[in-house]
Design a protein around this ligand. Sequence first.
Ligand SMILES: *Cc1c(COP(=O)(O)O)cnc(C)c1O
Length: 413
Amino acid sequence: MSIVRMNVADFAAVQAPSVEAARPLYDRYVVPSYARSLSVTRGSGSWLWAEDGRRYLDLGGGVAVNCLGHAHPRIGQALQQQAALLVHASNLYHHAPQGELARKIVNLTGPGKVFFCNSGAEANETLIKLARRAGHDRGRFEVITALNSFHGRTFAGISATGQQKVKDSFEPLLPGFVHVPYNDLAAVEAAITPRTAAVLIEGIQGEGGIHPATPDYLLGLRALADKHRILLLWDGVQCGCFRTGRFHSYQTLLADVPGAAAFLPDGIAMAKSLGGGFPIGAAWIAEPYQDVFQPGTHGSTFGGTPLACAVALAVLDEIESKGLDRNVVAMGGRLADGLRALMPEKPLITGVRGMAGMVGLIVREDAPGACVRLREAGLLTVPAGGNALRFLLPYTVTADEIDEALRLVRGAL
Ligand SMILES: *Cc1c(COP(=O)(O)O)cnc(C)c1O
C-alpha cells in the first residue's frame, strides 16, 4: 500500500466514496444513547451534506460548537501546523499554546487563571470541585443550581442539572445539590444555608429552551455571594465564546446596566465553541481562588494539549480579527426579527427568545416534531425544552443564508 500525502485542500476536495452506509453500522455497533437522524458526509460553511447527496442549511451549528461553520480553513491550518510540531506532551510540561490560550482567556475575562479540560461537563466538574475545596474548611459543600438547567452528563453534571429526566435511573446521585427556580433571586436567598458553597447558573439556559438571566438576577446573585462568602459559578458552555457577541454572555446581558461594569463570576465553565469543533474545555477561576488547586488536587490527561490550544487560539483570533462577533449579533437579530415577523401568519409560532447566535423559536406543537419538519425542508435546528427550536448560528453565517432559513421556516411550519 502506498502512502499518499495530501494537503488540507486536497482532503476537502475528495468525496470519500461511501463504502458502506453509516446507518446500519450504528444500528449494529454503536450504543444507542442518541436519537440520530441524517447520515452526513461533509460540510462547508453553514452547509452540511448527507449521504444521499442532499444539502442542508445547518443552523444548529453542531449544538453550539461550529462557530466558524464547517471545514473552516483556519481550523484546518492550525491543526496541520501544530500537528507537525507537537500534538500531545502531557501536563508534566509547559508549552506555549496552553500558556498563550490561558492568557487570552484571562484578558477576555478578568484577573484569574485557567484550568484546561476536554468538555463542558468536565469544566463544570472543575468548578464544583473548586467550590467544594474552597468551602471545605468552613463545612460548606452544597451547590445551588437552577431548575430547568443543564450542566452535563457526568455524575456531578447530572446531579447539578435541574431536570429530572437526566437523573432518572442513575440514583443515588452525588449529594449536595439544591435546585431553585431560575431568575428568582429570593429563591436563591432562601436556599442559602451554612452548608452552601456556591451558586451555579447558565447565563442563558440552552437545553432548557433559551431563557436569558435578567440583569437584576445577576447583580443580586453577585451581592448574595459576596454577603455569604460563597462562589458565584457561571456555566458559559453554550452561551459563551462570543455566541452573544461578547466573549461571555454576562458581558452582553449586563452591557449598559448601571453599576454592572465590574461584575465577574468566581468561576466560568467554557467548552463547545471554544475549539470550533475540536474538543476543548476550560474553567476560568477568579483571582481569589486561582491557586486553590495545587499539584495533585485536580487534573486531566488530555486537558489543554498543544493541538487543542492552538486550534482554540486560531478560532478566537479568527472571530476577533474578522469581526465575526459583530456578524453573529447582526445575523441573529435578522433571524429573530424575521421569525417574529412570521408570527401573525403562523399561529404555530408562539414566541421568539434569545439573542445573537442563540435564538429560540417557540412552537405550539412538540419541538422534535417541528424540528423534523424543518429538516425535511432542508433546515437543521436543535430541539430544546419548553417547545423551543434552537438556532445556534455559526458566527460566519450570511444574510442570504438567514433569509433562506426564514423562507424554509415559512414553508415548513
Ligand atoms: C453542552 C452543555 C454542557 C455539557 O457539555 P459537554 O461538552 O457535552 O460535556 C454543560 N453545560 C451547558 C450549559 C451545555 O450547554
